[in-house]
Design a protein around this ligand. Sequence first.
Ligand code: AMP
Ligand code: MG
Length: 341
Amino acid sequence: MVYGLGIESSCDETSIAIVKDGKELVSLKVYSQIETHSPYRGVVPEIASRAHLEKINALLSVCMEESKLSFQELSYVAVTGYPGLVGSLMIGAQLARCISLVHSIPIVLVNHLEAHLAVIGLEGELPAFPWLGVLLSGGNSSIYVYKGFGDLELLADTQDDSLGEAFDKVSAILNLPYPGGPTIEKKALQYERPKGEKSPFPKLLKEDGSDLIRFSYSGLKTAVLYYLKSLGNQMPVERICYYFQKTAFELVLRNINKAIQKTQIKTVVAAGGVLANETLRSLLEAEKTNRSFQLYYPQKKIYCTDNGAMVACLGYHLWKEKKFVGLDFKVSPKRNFEQIL
Ligand code: AMP
Ligand code: MG
């Protein structure tokens, strides 16, 4: 039996977890800073790192207590090293260094984006590589070719706003709370679309005949703003949320299909905060059936959000490959592995 500790502090969630054999959750604690950042409608880096510092030791204690394990029984400490807010990453990194130094446990450095994809290993057997890794979060709208642990190639990226960011910004335009995702989803579900009604928003990124796969959501945000202005005092919030989601998700499905066509890879793993959205989950399920590809995404919504379990889970596979780092390892805001190590 191999027990590993996972530490996550890259953005606005402080989280510690213990995982057994890379596939079984023993304990998971997440402290979300959403309320702290919500007056600012976004994550404030300095506040985030302070909040991590205040919470991280307590989360570690609770997690260790719940697991009934001693530090000597841990085989590795996995910590998110990149990408993320540097000040926040440093809090998790320093905790990993302390545990490693005091208890002589090796450290494995984890790519946060890769961990979001690998977390499906906690819910069943991992499919054979390669996968198409679709990341839809507050900071990313991207598709990777995931060839093996530590081996990701960027296939498609956003040209401007990420999908989660678009949810948050449209929510601000509509005077809805931060973060926008959950509220927009709820409002959209309340809208009953009259038969034959047309969307007030144009299709995103009209086909240009090239095989380039791109995401772009800032135009949709602007379209929402101008549509609202054109309506004067009216605020058909549910209707706007419905068509915003519809337009945004249509691009996700189109890009997944393009990626499958381009790479001939038929294993799709989707992850990130936006995967908490039930409408998106249903659309992906329907698309899987229509286009016959294998689809995986975290069933438990806590695995969609940033969490230490995904770090411990990926950490197990890196530990097996003996990919340890010394106490002097670096953290980075960059997502490219080669630029960091
Ligand atoms: P992450 O960056 O992975 O921590 O995810 C946070 C992002 O996910 C934020 O931009 C949220 O607005 C978005 N999000 C969270 N829940 C939902 C949801 N139910 N629908 C759409 N977006 C969501
Ligand atoms: Mg987050």
